[in-house]
Design a protein around this ligand. Structure first.
Ligand code: 0WK
Ligand code: BGC
Ligand code: BGC
Length: 923
């Protein structure tokens, strides 16, 4: 077992000599010793300054601030979650770099059941010096050779091997299996590797070796392996600390604080790479002449200064340099030295650890110094132990200051006053040095008193942790494949959307001709959009959306609206028709009283957002209910009549119902009042639908060939003839079957607010059943219909804090989620809402192209009045609709106008036009 020592120091050369001033007197010698050991004393203030300066550098690096160059790198590792404990499988682990001049291959079996451990099988291979300093290809070929040598003797099937690569050097990772070496440390200096993707180099070497087909699934820094490998106690470790040949730590940082990651969700493990910390202000005062000598003579002078005061590769050398100095100054070994004492790397970490070991101590010191060709006296032995203690105490304290900086960062990142955290520790300095960990822990408690830290020694140097990451990587890769397979049908390409557009176009023409079509294309008897000459006071009702509203609309040179929202309880919406219309009249009466309109018979416009075959402006036969309404004795009835009967039943109320309009028509008219080019109305709310101004010549069943009439497409029913089957997924089928109108409104059920949440819920149920989400735990709440509101999609897909909102929303639903889960829920929401917006866009493209061709235009400029909660509140819906229309109808310039006043205003304007026209015919 190559001990921590020789590698990394330039071999055989004499150490720098110190000026000899003759043997000092006894008082001088102790002073000289004190002066020497004093150099290694670090004060509390200095440690706090190092803690503060390192924290500053960490936060600077996290912000991506390049100048001045941060003293530490803060490298994201793409490990986004601590282990579940459900990871299982057999994994090969290759460890390179953690333990200096050796690499280790392990076979790790994860059982997936907490507490049930299978001891990993492992083999260590010493890396020849010339390989550590030679060509990179040679090093990776050596690794591939060791891999197959190890696998040759393993009684296991050699198919589909998945490997986790623990590579303990500073790397820029761009994925769990993509990592570029920044610079070598710790005695390695192979050529042709820095700046390269080390996973690819290993894959190429394994390929070249050709003995096994091994899939390198993940590359991991040893600190991450250590963190991930710690036994799951009350809480998973969120910090990994390694002090072996080198030193470093990693911890779970909030992803949104890592500027380089365009990921603002969840947590990500960050490798601090504190070995390179070298802030002169903080470190300057604690660097000794011996540190400068050691650095000067190292393979990488000026680099890894902090590591060179802590790492096991350097502790022995520091002790040697001090002993050589004191020997030369005559205060040790009677001023005698030995070739071994003067040669670099001759004192190893093991030596230092043994010499400090209180049980074996003095005798062992004697033996070791004799091995170095020295003949120590009793006082020498004690002094050597003091020197070892001074060097190692400082190392442990400096390491503690760095760890305290990481704990402070965790507090800042999570905005927590106090912090409870478990730190996994690994590396031979931690494992073998008798006092290192106790000094470390004691100093951390002094420097970070508000943190309750538990230290968990890594059971096997991180091999299991690397296998955990590999298992997580393999699981994430498998989950990602299952998620992609599940969402693939929601990802509509151009051809599919163009097919929907063409299908809809065909259905429009058939519907206009009165032929069988899933689009009823209902004439609305609205022949013109407002021209601004409308005047008067009108009552308006707006039924069919999220809210039922009664409005007073005063049309002068402008439009003033006073309105009140009333609820329609589900029992009324699904009760008897009489009950429903009596409830409507109650609301009107209440409104009139509140507005002081009682007894006045104002003309009334009724926005009734359901499919009605209109026989006139004030006659509309309800064809069928939609959107959760199901009041009896209404379908097939003239709803204007039903309203008038209710008015009659409520004596002493005078109301003049002039017009019934669909909410799409009301919205078109409302926006048309501001923009005369607005000839299309679109609703994407609880339900969805569109209307537009069609050439009367194309409208069968309505006399006249000139002029236009607004057609209510009732596109919610598009596809009820099966023409959308090619796009319908099993989730759509589940939502449809569970609805009160199965087989109906298929297009609506893929687009509108009443259904998107349910589609998402069914997908989440499916992914949970596959074990992809929520650890496969089906929870009661996710089985509950309508529990996943469509507004959640808008919230989840909204601003950069989506994940915290995802978590909050899902935790409110009682779902135990990880950040990976949250990210997947977000992707499910995105896929469902994107498909809805694209289908809606394909519908609008069909309409604008119809109008353009109706008018024989090369180019059409037209506006669409839009309303509906989903369209208005969802962060991306409107832009996705517009983008789809631009893609499918490039010869139409379409402006989308969000209706401010709802369709009630539109109903009043239709009523106003009707009253004006009626006025004209009366004169
Ligand atoms: C507001 C309109 C109303 C329409 C509703 C649709 O005034 O006529 O029915 O938008 O949006 P929802 O309320 O269903 O989201
Ligand atoms: C490397 C780190 C590694 C540490 C402990 C340092 O030299 O830069 O990546 O984690 O040693 O092995
Ligand atoms: C109705 C339409 C209405 C749309 C938007 C659909 O369910 O059938 O008449 O325009 O919802 O509210």
């Amino acid at each position: 077992m190559d001990s921590i020592g020789s590698a990394g120091l330039r071999q055989g050369e004499e150490a720098l000599s110190y000026p000899e001033e003759g043997l000092p007197g006894p008082s001088d010698s102790s002073e000289l010793v004190q002066e020497c050991l004093q150099q290694f004393k670090v004060t509390g203030a200095q440690l706090q300054q190092i803690q503060a300066s390192l924290l500053g550098s960490m936060e600077q690096a996290l912000r991506g601030q390049a100048s001045p160059a941060p003293a530490v790198r803060m490298l994201p590792t793409y490990v986004g979650s601590t282990p579940h404990g459900t990871e299982q499988g057999d994994f090969v682990v290759l460890e390179l770099g953690a333990t200096g001049a050796s690499l280790r291959v392990l076979w790790v079996t994860l059982t997936g059941t907490e507490g049930h451990r299978v001891e990993p099988r492992s083999q260590e291979f010493v890396i020849p010096q010339e390989v550590m300093l030679g060509a990179g290809q040679q090093l990776f070929d050596f690794a591939a050779h060791c891999l197959s040598e190890f696998l040759d003797v393993q009684p296991v099937s050699k198919q589909g091997l998945q490997l986790g690569f623990s590579f303990s050097f500073p790397c820029h990772q761009t994925g769990l299996d993509r990592s570029t070496l920044i610079s070598w440390t710790k005695g390695f200096r192979c050529s042709g590797v820095e700046g390269q993707d080390v996973v690819q180099l290993l894959r190429d070497a394994i390929q070249r070796h050709g003995a096994y087909n091994i899939d390198v699934v993940a590359v991991v820094n040893d600190t991450v392996g250590t963190m991930m490998g710690c036994e799951l106690g009350a809480r998973p470790c969120e910090v990994g600390l390694v002090v072996d040949t080198g030193t470093n730590a990693c911890y779970m940082e909030e992803a949104r604080h890592v500027a380089v990651l365009d990921e603002d969700r969840g947590r990500v493990c960050v490798s601090v790479e504190w070995g390179s910390f070298s802030d002169v202000g903080a470190l300057g005062p604690v660097l000794t002449t011996f540190d400068h000598t050691l650095d000067h003579e190292s393979l990488n002078p000026g680099a890894q200064r902090f590591e060179k005061m802590i790492g096991g590769l350097y502790l022995g050398e520091l002790v040697r340099l001090v002993l050589a100095h004191l020997a030369r100054r005559g205060v040790l070994f009677g001023g005698g030295t030995s070739p071994a004492l003067l040669s670099r790397g001759s004192i190893l970490l093991e030596h230092v650890a043994e010499m400090e070991d209180p049980s074996a101590g003095a005798a062992r010191v004697h033996a070791i110094l004799q091995d170095l060709g020295l003949s120590p006296g009793a006082s020498d032995v004690e002094l050597v132990q003091h020197v070892c203690a001074a060097v190692c105490t400082r190392a442990a304290q400096l390491c503690a200051a760095a760890l305290a900086a990481v704990l402070s960062r965790l507090q800042h990142g999570r905005e927590q006053q106090t912090l409870q955290v478990a730190v996994a520790t690994g590396g031979r300095v931690c494992e073998r040095h008798p006092r290192f960990c106790s000094i470390l822990q004691g100093t951390v408690m002094l420097l970070a008193p508000e943190c309750d830290v538990s230290f968990i020694p890594s059971a096997d140097g991180g091999g299991r942790g690397v296998a955990m990451v590999t298992a997580v990587a393999a699981r994430l890769a498998a989950h990602r494949r299952l998620l992609e397979e599940t969402l693939a049908p929601f990802r509509l390409n151009h051809d599919q959307l163009a097919a929907v557009q063409a299908q809809m176009r065909k259905a429009m023409v058939k519907g206009l001709r009165g032929e069988a079509s899933s689009l009823r294309m209902l004439p609305t008897f609205v022949r013109a959009t407002p021209d601004g000459s409308e005047r008067g006071d009108f009552l308006a009702l707006d039924l069919g959306g999220t809210n039922f509203r009664v409005l007073l609309v005063r049309v002068t040179t402008g439009v003033q609206i006073t309105s009140q929202i009333y609820s329609i309880p589900e029992s009324v919406a699904q009760g008897s028709g009489q009950q429903l219309f009596d409830h409507i009249v109650d609301c009107i009466v209440d409104f009139q009283q509140k507005q002081g309109l009682s007894g006045q018979s104002l003309p009334l416009g009724f926005t009734f957002s359901f499919p009605c075959r209109q026989l006139g402006l004030d006659q509309g036969i309800l064809l069928n209910w939609t959107k959760g309404f199901n009041a009896s004795d209404c379908e097939g009835q003239d709803v204007v009549n039903l309203l008038r009967e209710a008015i009659t039943r409520r004596q002493a109320v005078e109301l003049n119902v002039v017009a019934i309009v669909n909410d799409t028509v009301g919205t078109m008219m409302s926006c048309g009042y501001e923009d005369p080019r607005c000839e299309i109305g679109l609703i994407v709310g609880t339900g969805t639908n569109a209307c537009y101004m069609e050439e009367l010549r194309n409208v069968a069943g309505v006399p006249g060939d000139s002029g236009r009439m607004c057609i209510n497409m009732e596109w919610g029913a598009f596809g009820d003839d099966g023409s959308l089957a090619m796009l319908s997924t099993c989730f759509d089928a589940s939502v449809d079957q569970a609805s009160i109108n199965p087989g109906k409104q298929r297009f609506e059920k893929m687009i509108s607010g009443m259904y998107l949440g349910e589609i998402v819920r069914h997908i989440l149920l499916h992914l949970t059943s596959l074990g992809v989400l929520f650890r496969g735990q089906q929870t009661q709440c996710l089985q509950t219909r309508d529990i996943f509101k469509t507004k959640f999609l808008s919230e989840i897909e909204s601003d950069s804090l989506a994940l915290r909102q995802v978590r909050a929303i899902l935790e409110d639903l009682g779902l135990p989620l990880t950040s990976d889960d949250a990210l997947m829920v977000l992707e499910v929401c995105q896929a469902v809402s994107q498909r809805a917006a694209q289908l809606c866009g394909a519908g609008v493209a069909a309409v604008v192209e119809k109008i353009r061709e109706n008018r024989g235009l090369e180019e059409l400029a037209v506006s669409v009045g839009v309303d509906g909660t989903l369209y208005k509140l969802h962060p991306h819906f409107s832009s996705l609709v517009a983008a789809t229309v631009r893609e499918l109808a490039p010869r139409c310039v379409v402006t989308f106008l969000q209706s401010e006043d709802g369709s009630g205003k539109g109903a009043a304007l239709v009523t106003a036009v009707a009253c004006r026209l009626a006025q004209l015919t009366r004169v």
